[in-house]
Ligand binder design. Structure first.
Ligand code: DOR
Length: 434
């Protein structure tokens, strides 16, 4: 049996940060606070580093099957390993869409042969696939596009939504931008010509109308519901008073970019929901800090630069982020804007809790040894030509950050160390507690 001793790290436990030696055995955390002299087949010297649970990114678009010129499960999970992301939950807008149990199982099989990190896949709702949603089991939950985005998944019809919330039992998450509002806004400015028009088409009203509508459905049907990518001050204010059935998340692009960045970055920050005003960005931060939003996830949505460089509105929405999200948040720790324990809560503990991942999201005896060692003092600059995502660019190109993952372990096996990804299908299917 392989055993690994991680010696001398400052460990981020759910109850706080302290020095501890951690023993891993058979892919699990076997013991904490062991003596430094304990026998192990491998010893990782981690003095000066912090040990965190691996990041769980509950919102990514990895493009396989069908859109693999943008990304695939191998390139995406190499990027995850580098970024300290040890588990991901992927969205159904691939080609074909993941809207049947058969398509879900095919994706799971494909992932088992390719993924370096652990994987789970949502099943997508359509106006007519209720039975599939009722039958699906090996999935964190149901994704609804209440408002269209990349691809053609959309459920806008009230009756169809009532049935999905009323007659299924898996947790639901949704992309909340009101379709009618988006269409009316687009018509009012003849579709728009400038990338900045994207934030006029997909405005604050579109977001809050759809978020209110979805939360109303969830609360009436007593259904667990997660609001993806909150982008507006109005949504944060509204979500402060919702019930325990409702959880919500923020994404790095809504925390670190605003409409002020369009002149510099143009379509690189064209996203759905759109980037909003600096005041909205502040409000989303405040929502995280006061616990209204509990998860940080990326919405990693790569497109090629060639696709992105098309004139608006032909340019597609989406940007890559999995390999930089943890560093972006660790940098905020270095600036004193939040604590390391808050980052672990947002990126590890909360997604595991919301989606009921079995044995993940914390450093606890018996939990999976999905871990990331970070160097809080290391400063590096994000550069397009160093990105592992297949699309080969980052909207944060040229940004220097302090605080980086240096080693990532999945089920006790090192998958990334000091700039090198160690390839192999080390990822496993995530299990859910129901
Ligand atoms: O900007 C986005 N891009 N938002 C989404 O909801 C989908 C994503 C994509 O798949 O490209």
């Amino acid at each position: 049996m392989t055993t690994t001793l991680i010696r001398g790290a400052q460990v981020v436990f759910p109850e706080g940060v302290r020095a501890s030696n951690i023993l891993l055995s058979d892919g699990r955390i076997a013991a904490v606070d062991v003596t430094a002299a304990v026998e192990a087949s491998e010893v990782i010297e981690a003095a000066g580093l912090h040990l965190l649970p691996g990041v769980i990114d509950d919102q990514v678009h990895f493009r396989e099957p069908g859109l693999t010129h943008k990304e695939d499960l191998l390139t995406a999970t190499r990027a995850c390993a580098k970024g300290g992301v040890t588990s991901f939950l992927e969205m159904p807008n691939t080609k074909p869409t993941t809207t049947t149990v058969a398509a879900l199982h095919e994706k799971l099989e494909l992932a088992a042969s390719k993924c370096i990190v652990n994987f789970g896949f949502y099943i997508g709702a359509t106006p007519t696939n209720l039975e599939e949603l009722q039958r699906a089991e090996r999935t964190p939950g149901i994704k609804i596009f209440i408002g269209s985005s990349t691809g053609d998944l959309l459920v806008d019809d009230q009756q169809a939504l009532e049935r999905i919330f009323g007659e299924t039992s898996l947790p639901i998450c949704a992309h909340c931008e009101d379709e009618a509002t988006v269409r009316a806004n687009a018509a009012a400015i003849q579709g728009g010509r400038d990338y900045a028009d994207h934030s006029r088409v997909r405005d604050n009203r579109a977001a809050i109308i759809a978020t209110r509508r979805a939360v109303d459905l969830a609360e009436r049907h007593r259904h667990q519901f997660h609001v993806l990518h909150v982008s507006t001050a109005e949504e944060v204010a509204f979500l402060r008073d919702t019930s325990e059935l409702i959880s919500a998340e923020a994404c790095p692009h809504h925390l670190f970019f605003s409409t002020d960045d369009y002149p510099r970055l143009g379509s690189l920050i064209q996203m759905n929901p759109s980037i909003k005003s600096p005041a909205d960005t502040q409000a989303v931060w405040q929502g995280l800090l006061d616990g209204t939003l509990e998860v940080v996830a990326t919405d990693h949505a790569p497109h090629t630069l060639e696709e992105k460089q098309q004139p608006y509105p032909k340019s597609p929405s989406g940007l890559p982020a999995v390999e930089n999200s943890l560093a972006l948040l660790l940098h905020q720790v270095s600036l004193g804007r939040c604590t390391l324990s808050q980052v672990v809560s947002w990126m590890c503990e909360a997604p595991a809790r919301v989606w009921k991942l079995k044995n993940k999201g914390a450093i606890r005896v018996g939990y999976d040894a999905d871990l990331v060692l970070v160097d809080l003092k290391r400063t590096e600059t994000i550069l397009n030509d160093r990105q592992l995502t297949k699309c080969g660019w980052s909207p944060w190109h040229g940004t220097s950050l302090t605080g980086w993952p240096v080693r990532t372990l999945v089920h006790g096996k090192t998958v990334y160390q000091d700039g090198q990804v160690l390839d192999g299908a080390t990822g496993r299917e995530i299990e859910f507690q129901r």
